[in-house]
Design a protein around this ligand. Structure first.
Ligand SMILES: Cc1cc2nc3c(=O)[nH]c(=O)nc-3n(C[C@H](O)[C@H](O)[C@H](O)COP(=O)(O)OP(=O)(O)OC[C@H]3O[C@@H](n4cnc5c(N)ncnc54)[C@H](O)[C@@H]3O)c2cc1C
Length: 285
């Protein structure tokens, strides 16, 4: 029987495995499958990436939106193997996937070799940091649920620390070239890239920070104490859309309290500061 392996259960791989399973697989013990289809992913669940900004902003619980690969496999006549692709032998037509470990149970499955007749690699891409010094080390990319949750947790932790250790407003996150600024947010969130995701995340954040009092932050005024700045290298936000869309969106974001910085390329990212090529700096002071 022909063996298909699809590695990567993202937007492309999940759809492919599902369609192959519907066409050649079987989810019923009486009908023999015409082919064996195996989906491999390093995670047990899939989430639709355009929802990640909502997870990061805390307006969506990812558990309610995730799809279990094992359940999808059962419904659509394919198999699921969890593990990370760590090796490929084209001559022998095999792939190697990593051991499956669990924090509690330790190693559940050892490293495994799977044989294929047709292999599809649909492992997506990785975030491009454009060689900006410190960017990979100090920023959080928004490409996985883990990263979205990490951002959310760090924001809440920063707010709690600010309330506990510095209950009165202190200067945190300010552009050095704006001495006349009348209100200095205690927490500054810098979002780099004003494409659809950056714009959606900044707007969503302005709305969701309002509920931070649920974490016991009573002296904290999220509207004023958390600043959001959206930085874009091109001359306008949403650069791939028509100019009137950029203008209308910029007006809405400004009303929500998002500070827009366009035409600014990031040159350096530190543990608590960002410097742009035109020497503007966001830093703790
Ligand atoms: C925040 C965000 C918002 C977006 N919004 C939109 C939008 O509104 N509209 C739109 O059209 N596109 C949007 N995109 C882009 C879209 O999500 C991607 O184009 C699409 O996901 C690419 O599909 P893919 O199958 O190639 O890869 P992915 O969807 O990235 O899937 C890759 C899969 O491979 C798995 N994987 C990776 N490496 C390994 C390995 N070594 N071993 C095993 N498994 C592995 C990953 O866990 C993942 O499940 C957005 C992307 C992001 C990050």
């Amino acid at each position: 029987m022909h063996r298909f392996i699809v590695v990567g259960g993202g937007a492309g791989g999940l759809e492919l495995a599902t369609r192959l399973g519907d066409r050649f697989g079987s989810n019923d013990s009486k009908t023999p499958p015409k082919a064996q289809i195996t989906l491999v992913d390093r995670y047990p669940t899939h989430i639709w990436k355009p929802l990640l900004h909502e997870v990061a902003a805390g307006s969506m619980d990812p558990f309610t939106q995730e799809l279990e690969y094992a359940a999808q496999a059962l419904w659509h006549g394919f198999e699921f193997q969890q593990g990370e692709l760590i090796g490929l032998n084209r001559a022998r037509k095999t792939i190697t996937i990593s051991a499956l470990r669990d924090e509690e149970a330790g190693e559940i499955l050892p490293e495994r070799e799977l044989e294929y007749d047709t292999l599809v690699l649909a492992i997506g891409s990785t975030t491009h940091f454009f060689g900006v010094e410190g960017a990979q080390q100090h920023s959080i990319a928004l490409d996985t649920v883990h990263q979205a949750n990490l951002f959310r947790k760090r924001l809440i932790a920063a707010c709690m620390r600010a309330e506990h250790f510095a209950p009165e407003p202190v200067a945190v996150g300010i552009t050095e070239d704006e001495p006349g600024i009348d209100h200095v947010p205690r927490i500054q969130v810098a979002i780099v890239g004003a494409g659809a995701t950056g714009v959606e995340l900044s707007a969503e954040l302005r709305n969701t920070v309002q509920v931070l009092s649920a974490y016991g932050l009573h002296k904290f005024d999220p509207k004023h104490d958390i600043g959001t700045v959206l930085i874009e290298a091109r001359p306008r936000i949403l650069p791939v859309l028509q100019e009137r869309m950029s203008t209308a969106t910029a007006e809405l974001l400004t009303k929500l309290g998002v500070k827009l910085m366009t035409g600014e390329k990031i040159a350096h990212v530190g543990s608590d500061s960002i410097r742009t090529a035109r020497k503007k700096t966001f830093a703790r002071t």
